[in-house]
Ligand binder design. Structure first.
Ligand SMILES: NC(=O)c1ccc[n+]([C@@H]2O[C@H](COP(=O)([O-])OP(=O)(O)OC[C@H]3O[C@@H](n4cnc5c(N)ncnc54)[C@H](OP(=O)(O)O)[C@@H]3O)[C@@H](O)[C@H]2O)c1
Length: 248
């Protein structure tokens, strides 16, 4: 199958392109680096020509402060849906996040923007699958909850149930083959500062890790843990950390 991966230069997009190639699919890599802009629609129609399926792993932050995050994300998804339909794409697989509809996030712009993308898909007639993932192991150094200086790493105290991005990538490719909505997370609960500490230690970085209060208080209490209907998938945190150490 020919799969167009939007956001193919990003953390999850790179892993998804590799997983799709491993599964024997033809991959077309889309992002601004290859001349495709979800905000303007530039390059989209041409890039989607001949694609059977689109996997959207983009993270299309607005280009200017004139556009809100919600409008930018929803607009990007709307443009992608319309261009996919015009190109005769059969289905779209969208990467989202578990628990974004929790009321604690009603003022949290990023999750409001992710909700808005799901609403665009629900209102469209394009067949689609939404994969809601828990935070990734790679979230250990994500700039939203983690602030770094040369000597110290401050990490928001989120209680999470992380999954490896390589596993997320495999699930996205499976959804391209057999579309169905899925929720996915890892097996173990861990506090983000502990995960960051374990990861940094494994790659020989001995900066001090300090836990700080999260942007939404309830994040310390486990509102991002796997929902009841989530599938729990490996590797374990210890296996992932060992892999990072081997790769360092
Ligand atoms: N981090 C987590 O733990 C987690 C968990 C669950 C779900 N997610 C979701 O996973 C998705 C991907 O996250 P990620 O961390 O893999 O993203 P990322 O590393 O930030 O990469 C974003 C990708 O989007 C592309 N992009 C950005 N703006 C674009 C635009 N205007 N037009 C076309 N392409 C654009 C970027 O390429 P160019 O710069 O070349 O355009 C890049 O390929 C996000 O939607 C996020 O919400 C993340």
């Amino acid at each position: 199958m020919k799969i167009a991966i939007v956001g193919a230069t990003g953390t999850s997009g790179r892993a998804t392109a590799l997983a799709a190639q491993r599964a024997g699919h033809e991959v077309v890599a889309l992002s601004r680096a290859s001349g495709v802009d979800l905000h303007t629609g530039e390059g989209l129609a041409q890039a989607l020509r001949g694609a059977d399926t689109v996997i959207d792993t983009s993270n299309a932050f607005p280009a200017s402060s004139d556009t809100s995050l919600v409008d930018a994300f929803a607009g990007a998804t709307q443009r992608l849906v319309e261009a996919s339909q015009q190109a005769g794409v059969q289905r779209l697989v969208h990467l989202s996040i578990c628990n974004i509809d929790h009321p604690a996030f009603d003022d949290f712009d990023y999750y409001l923007a992710k909700r808005a993308q799901e609403k665009v898909l629900a209102a469209s007639s394009l067949p689609h699958a939404i994969i809601r993932s828990a935070q990734w192991m790679e979230f250990a150094l994500n700039p939203t909850p983690v602030t770094q200086t040369e000597t110290e790493v401050k990490v928001q105290d989120w209680l999470i149930q992380p999954i490896a991005v390589d596993t997320v990538a495999e699930v996205l490719v499976q959804a391209a083959e057999t579309p169905r909505d899925r929720k996915i997370a890892g097996h173990e609960q861990i506090r983000l500062p502990e995960l960051t500490q374990a990861y940094l230690h494994a790659i020989g970085d001995h900066r001090k890790v300090t836990a700080v209060a999260p942007v939404v208080d309830e994040l310390t209490e486990g509102i991002m843990l796997a929902p009841e209907d989530a599938e729990l998938l490996g590797p374990t945190v210890a296996q992932w950390v060992a892999q990072q150490s081997a790769n360092a």
